[in-house]
Design a protein around this ligand. Sequence first.
Ligand code: ADE
Ligand code: ZN
Length: 332
Amino acid sequence: MTALTRDWLNSLPKVELHLHLEGSLEPELMFELAGRNKVKLPFSTVEQVRQAYEFSNLQDFLDIYYQGAEVLLVEQDFYDLTWAYLEKCRQQNVVHVEPFFDPQTHTDRGIPFATVIKGISRALTDGQTRFGITSRLIMCFLRHLSEEEAFATLTQAEPFLAQLTAIGLDSSEKGQPPEKFSRVFTRARELGLRAVAHAGEEGPAKYIWTAINDLKVSRIDHGVRATDDPKLIAHLIASQMPLTVCPLSNTKLCVFERMSDHNIMEMLHKGVCVTVNSDDPAYFGGYMTENFVALAQAFEMTEEQARKLVKNSIEASFAGEARKKEMRALLQ
Ligand code: ADE
Ligand code: ZN
């Protein structure tokens, strides 16, 4: 059997459910925005920035990621960031996306919530008009901040509910259990928003249980630590609770030492609804196609397995039934 080629994987219609817009900020755009906004960067060349992207854990990465986001100041910056990601999606045949943004990273620097969401939403609208890429936007709370700060952010989001589909939970996981945010998730669900949460990336399988039971999420972001708990794996299979797995992220952040150690294919084989995503592609060495290629190289992935991974993403997405039907047809 021959390995799946990059061309085949690139032209496979794909869906992305776990992508931080701030994590798609390529060093070239970072420099352009720093120049435009007169923000001083601690690097003098794009090569120096790329060399700094060696991480030994999640916190190592987050420190650099929050620093990078400081070049984003005005609405057009958020538009340009989102647009650059959508251009990548078009090149890689990603037909539907559900990106995250971290408003607190920006509002804590004095940027109005409206500036952030208007820039992102305008680009997503143009992405649908010009490229036919459909989208649903997810607003994340930073879990290293307080419940009170999450409530304040939800209040700021209320005038923009039409632009939002779901809330999420990200940032440093260890010592920040999902249940810290139970009440704000309940309030968001009362406002009609769906819920997702990062859980079981570096944190324990227990956090996956509390994200499901306390936050009532529709999907788990990452969730790779689920294989530590056989009862949880059985529950994920029975409920078909989706996991948005990010293979290159997990090896870059040393969750797995090598791609061949990754458990996504084992979970797929067992019947867990796993999906492939890029997380923070500018920092982790690749977008959707590169993530599929990395898996195809480490495992003898078949066309059927690649299609099943995309099919899981379609079913796990927040797209309406008509759009899901269109996307299923693209995979035939
Ligand atoms: N924010 C951006 N990327 C993240 C990740 N992989 N885990 C938690 N928070 C994040
Ligand atoms: Zn993530």
